[in-house]
Design a protein around this ligand. Structure first.
Ligand SMILES: [Fe+2]
Ligand SMILES: [Fe+2]
Length: 368
């Protein structure tokens, strides 16, 4: 088992770099959406009480990105990078850089890397939020249950707000956008293209939003910048509800699927996991910094910090897959895959359905 785990822990750098975004000046990107638009004439609101409760909660938890965040907070990005690095033990602590392109780097280059990494990460969050907006609009269109249509409509508004806050933070507080990473775009395209309505939920609400929730939580803990901390708290309070929406909806739907249909869901989840676990390596940052991309990606892929960070990203996904029955269905196929990926240890972490209640207290971080 340990051997398999090592093999998968170190991504195949060539295959990561083989996929690159060459349309960096593209302004619109069309993806064919294969679902039928489903009307339901069954307007029995509350027929699914848990979804109805979530919908009522979502209506009470709306916030205004323009007025609820302290946009006048000054942000000195360089100072933030230095302060964050001091807090987390340095930008390149504990790595042997002899013989690598980084051996001659001074503090200036490390700070620039911190700045570009932040620009890249928040750009990918912004693009992911737009994908969530589109996926949730697709759920409004394709889900057959009235309670899910009601709830998903609130999530469409939430995602618009998230896209708005990340775009504004990038424009006003950071120093440059990055186009969508090609691996992320391929994953998002696959989720949107799939003709089975429940795959939108699995791809977006369970996998992408589960990963986002973990990433937001880690960055929120790490950052010393108060506006970003507050912004992430607000976004997380919504995201936790979104993941709960996915779990509640799929739990019901999966009960009526055949073993082979469940296996397709397991494979879909695994494929998404592989892409998120091993492919999102900031390759565009190295290009912009004019560092040899192959060497840099290989080095980062093996850095202990990154391996730990990438594993932590699964802290929400694995327990939710367990709750959906996906881990152990079909002789535990997905359990075996998650074990190989080194993320199975998260299976009993508090799942998001229990957790969203505690996160939903919007404004808890704000000064009185
Ligand atoms: Fe979002
Ligand atoms: Fe979301």
């Amino acid at each position: 088992m340990a051997q398999t785990s090592t093999r998968i822990d170190i991504p195949d750098v060539e295959s990561v770099l083989a996929v690159a975004n060459t349309d960096v000046d593209e302004v619109v990107h069309a993806v064919h959406d294969n679902v039928d638009a489903i009307f339901t004439w069954d307007y029995d609101k509350g027929a699914r009480p848990k979804l109805d409760k979530l919908y009522e909660k979502a209506k009470r938890s709306q916030w205004n990105a323009t007025t609820d965040l302290a946009w006048d907070t000054p942000v000195d990005q360089e100072a933030v990078v230095v302060a964050n690095a001091a807090q987390s033990g340095g930008l390149h602590e504990g790595m042997d850089l002899a013989g690598t392109p980084f051996a001659s780097w001074t503090e200036r280059e490390w700070i620039r890397l911190g700045i570009e990494s932040q620009n890249w990460t928040l750009s990918q969050f912004m693009h992911g939020e737009q994908a969530a907006l589109i996926c949730t609009a697709k759920i409004v269109e394709s889900v057959p249950w009235i309670d899910a249509k009601y709830y998903a409509a609130t999530q469409v508004m939430d995602e618009a707000r998230h896209m708005e806050v990340f775009a504004r933070y990038l424009d006003e507080k950071l120093s440059g956008h990055y186009p969508v990473n090609a691996h992320l775009r391929a994953l998002l395209d696959d989720i949107i293209t799939d003709s089975r309505w429940d795959m939108t939920y699995l791809g977006m609400q369970i996998m992408v939003e589960g990963l986002a929730l973990a990433a937001f939580g880690m960055i929120r803990q790490l950052t010393t910048e108060p506006l970003l901390k507050e912004l992430l708290r607000y976004v997380m309070s919504d995201e936790a509800r979104h993941v709960a929406f996915g779990v509640l909806s799929l739990q019901e739907h999966y009960q009526q699927l055949s073993a082979s249909e469940i296996r397709e869901r397991q494979e879909f989840a695994y494929e998404a996991a592989i892409r998120m676990r091993n492919r999102l390596l900031q390759q565009e940052v190295w290009e912009r910094m004019e560092v040899p991309v192959e060497e840099a990606v290989a080095l980062v892929a093996e850095s202990p910090d990154r391996v730990l960070f990438q594993q932590m990203l699964f802290s929400r996904i694995v327990p939710n897959c367990k709750k959906l029955g996906l881990l152990d269905a079909g002789d535990g196929w997905l359990r075996d895959r998650f074990t190989e990926l080194g993320v199975i240890q998260f299976e009993d972490q508090a799942d998001t359905g229990e957790e969203y209640e505690s996160l939903a207290a919007v404004g808890a971080d704000r000064p009185a």
